[in-house]
Design a protein. Structure first.
Length: 94
C-alpha cells in the first residue's frame, strides 16, 4: 500500500501507462485540495521514464500499487525528468 511521509509526499515506484503500454518508473508526488475549485490537485516528478515518452498533454494513467489515476505529462525538465499532474483521486493515499 502506498503511503506518504509526514510532509504529504509519496516517493516510490509507480507505473506510467500510455496507450496500454506500462513503463516502470519512480515518482515523487504531492497534492492538496484547491480552495478555489474544491478539487484535489496532485503533481510531481516522474523519474526513469523512457526517452521516447513525450509530454504531449494527452491523458495518460499513473498506477501505484493497485490504484490508477488519470493524469497528464506537463513537460520534460532540463535534467530529463517528466513533470506530471492530475486532478481528483490520486494514485497514492494522501
Amino acid at each position: 500500500m502506498s503511503t506518504v511521509d509526514e510532509d504529504g509526499i509519496y516517493a516510490g515506484p509507480a507505473c506510467l501507462i500510455i496507450h496500454e503500454v506500462r513503463h516502470a518508473v519512480r515518482v515523487r508526488l504531492k497534492g492538496s485540495v484547491n480552495p478555489f475549485d474544491g478539487y484535489f490537485h496532485w503533481q510531481g516528478t516522474v523519474y526513469d521514464a523512457p526517452e521516447h515518452v513525450r509530454p504531449t498533454g494527452s491523458q495518460i494513467r499513473l498506477g501505484i500499487d493497485d490504484t490508477e489515476a488519470p493524469a497528464r505529462l506537463v513537460e520534460r525538465t532540463a535534467d530529463g525528468h517528466l513533470m506530471i499532474s492530475g486532478t481528483g483521486r490520486p494514485p497514492f493515499r494522501p
